[in-house]
Design a protein around this ligand. Sequence first.
Ligand SMILES: [Cu+2]
Length: 136
Amino acid sequence: MRWEILLILLVACSAPIDDHHADGHVDDHEPVDTQPVEVPVEVQGETVQFQVEAFQFGYEPSTITVNEGDRVQITAWSRDVPHGLRIREFGLNMELRDKTPVTAEFVASKKGTFSYRCSIPCGHGHGGMEGTLIVQ
Ligand SMILES: [Cu+2]
């Protein structure tokens, strides 16, 4: 009969863990956080770091080149008025309010040429404020 006990234990241990008790009662909880869960992207490359200064109306450096799979860490700030630094394809959107450096990162998960653009209206040249990210 020993194997039967073992089987019962296995079944009990592999039962999905949820909030429902056997009697159907559900525990009261804090509201569930509805923020989208960040799906981890597999990092195959190395971690590469860049420092980017935004200004009216451009970025220095204006081109960043990385390898596919790299984890890209960007530390950026503004030289003058508030700017943004957005790379839509990788979900990056930094707010560079002043000279205080802000750091954000993403995984360059696909090859191609992408733009980083300003997401905060900053003057007459805002629309043309652009840098280039090359993922090779
Ligand atoms: Cu701008």
